[in-house]
Unconditional design. Structure first.
Length: 280
């Protein structure tokens, strides 16, 4: 066992010990970021040392330093891929899909027939494999970002719809009776009671859909794309055995997806400050 492997094991055990000590206490504010930060740094160092110590072929698994070097040298390409996949495909489909699902959820809540008829269909459509639907969307909407946005709409619509319907039904019956006692109209009850009560459900759906949107856009690019995009770059780089580029795209996608989720979570925290889940 060479020194690099021993060092990797020591780094992993040291990070484990440090995280154990950190999580025993009460962390507040920015200090709560220390455990995931320690874990991430330990994992990267362990990965780097093990790859170098065991002389792993870069085609099978490149070292984090090689991936970082590829990110630094391919910044312009990665920015173009993020703009194509995230901003044009994922974000556009996310806004259209979640917005349409919310409006449909309000309508479904008011029409019992739609609730009994549309939600079972939604469960069926949500179970459709994206790998099967992506080629169809490419044939319908072309090879550019529009077909990726269509796939994203299909993926995020029904999870958001289900959360909207559940959220609108979550208002306490006594509170609804109180609104009727005050002679509140349906519109007043919707905006003053039911939508605020549904906010945790709505944000739960929005957070779920952040992940689905980026996954859907990347996978859809495997089945047809112009000469840019994360999915396109991954598929072509694998064919050239440029695994450092593949991992660079994966790292950038993970960072963009985490930032997207974090933005929605921060908006949720400020919008639903009154909810018990936000008081921790």
């Amino acid at each position: 066992m060479n020194a690099a492997v021993v060092g990797a094991i020591a780094v992993w055990l040291g990070g484990w010990w440090l995280n154990t000590r950190l999580t025993r206490g009460t962390l507040r504010g920015a200090a709560r970021l220390l455990p995931p930060l320690v874990f991430g740094v330990s994992l990267l160092l362990f990965w780097e040392l093990m790859v170098r110590g065991l002389n792993v072929n870069p085609v099978l698994l490149p070292a984090p330093s090689a991936i970082a070097a590829r990110i630094a040298s391919s910044g312009s390409v990665l920015r173009q891929d993020v703009a194509q996949t995230f901003f044009k495909g994922a974000l556009t489909g996310y806004v259209i899909g979640c917005g349409a699902a919310f409006l449909t959820g309000v309508l479904v809540d008011r029409v019992p027939f739609l609730r009994r008829g549309l939600l079972p269909v939604g469960n069926f459509v949500a179970a459709l494999p994206i790998v099967g639907m992506a080629p169809i969307m490419v044939m319908w909407f072309g090879f550019d970002w529009q077909s990726k946005a269509a796939i994203v709409v299909l993926m995020v619509f029904f999870p958001m719809l289900v959360n909207t319907v559940l959220g609108l039904a979550a208002a306490d019956p006594m509170q609804r009776d109180l609104m009727r006692t005050y002679a509140a109209t349906e519109r007043q009850a919707l905006f003053n009671l039911r939508l605020p009560s549904a906010a945790p459900f709505l944000f739960n759906g929005l957070k779920i859909c952040t992940t689905l949107a980026l996954i859907g856009a990347i996978v859809a690019e495997f089945f047809g794309s112009p000469t840019r995009g994360m999915g396109f770059r991954i598929s072509t780089a694998v064919g050239r055995l440029a695994l450092d580029m593949v991992w660079a795209e994966i790292a950038v996608a993970a960072a963009v997806g985490s930032a997207f989720y974090g933005v929605v979570a921060l908006i949720e925290r400020s919008a639903t400050f009154w909810h018990p889940a936000q008081r921790a």
